[in-house]
Ligand binder design. Structure first.
Ligand code: HEC
Length: 109
C-alpha cells in the first residue's frame, strides 16, 4: 500500500508588500546623543575602557564586535535589539527612530 502524499501543500503566495512604509528617518547623531544617556550608565563614549559594557569610542572603526560579527549598522542594530551577555535588549524599548539616531551617534565616536 502506497501512501501518496499529494501535497498541494501551501501554495501560499505571501503578500508581504504591505506598504507599511518605515516612517523612521535617517539617524540624527545629535538626537542620538540624548538617546545614549540611558546607555552611558554602562558604556563610556569617550574611551574604550569598560564600564559595565565595553567603551564604545571608535566602535565603527573596529573590525569586529565582541560577538565576532563585523561592525556594521545591521549588526550593531541587532546587538541593540537583542542584547545579551549583560547588554539589555532594546528591541521594544526604543523606537526605530531612536535606534537610527543612536547608531548615527555611535558612528561619530
Ligand atoms: C546594563 C548595562 C548596559 C546598558 C544600559 C547598555 N549596554 Fe550595551 N552592552 C552592555 C554589555 C555588558 C555589553 C557586552 C556584551 C557582549 O560582550 O556581548 C554591551 C555591548 C554593547 C555593544 C556591542 C559592543 C561590542 O564591541 O561588541 C553595543 C554596540 C552596545 N552595547 C550599545 C548599547 C547602546 C546603544 C545602549 C543604549 C541604548 C546600551 N548598549 C545600553 C551593557 C549595557
Amino acid at each position: 500500500m502506497r501512501n501518496w502524499i499529494v501535497g498541494c501543500a501551501v501554495g501560499a503566495v505571501l503578500v508581504v508588500g504591505s506598504a507599511a512604509q518605515d516612517k523612521a528617518k535617517p539617524g540624527d547623531a545629535a538626537k542620538g546623543k540624548d538617546v545614549f544617556d540611558q546607555c552611558s550608565v554602562c558604556h563610556n563614549a569617550d574611551t574604550e575602557e569598560t564600564k559595565v559594557g565595553p567603551g564604545l569610542k571608535g566602535l565603527f572603526k573596529h573590525a569586529k564586535l565582541a560577538n565576532g560579527k563585523p561592525v556594521n549598522e545591521a549588526n550593531v542594530r541587532e546587538k541593540i535589539n537583542d542584547g545579551g551577555n549583560g547588554m539589555p535588549a532594546y528591541g521594544d524599548q526604543l523606537s526605530d527612530q531612536d535606534k537610527n539616531d543612536v547608531i548615527a551617534y555611535l558612528k561619530t565616536l
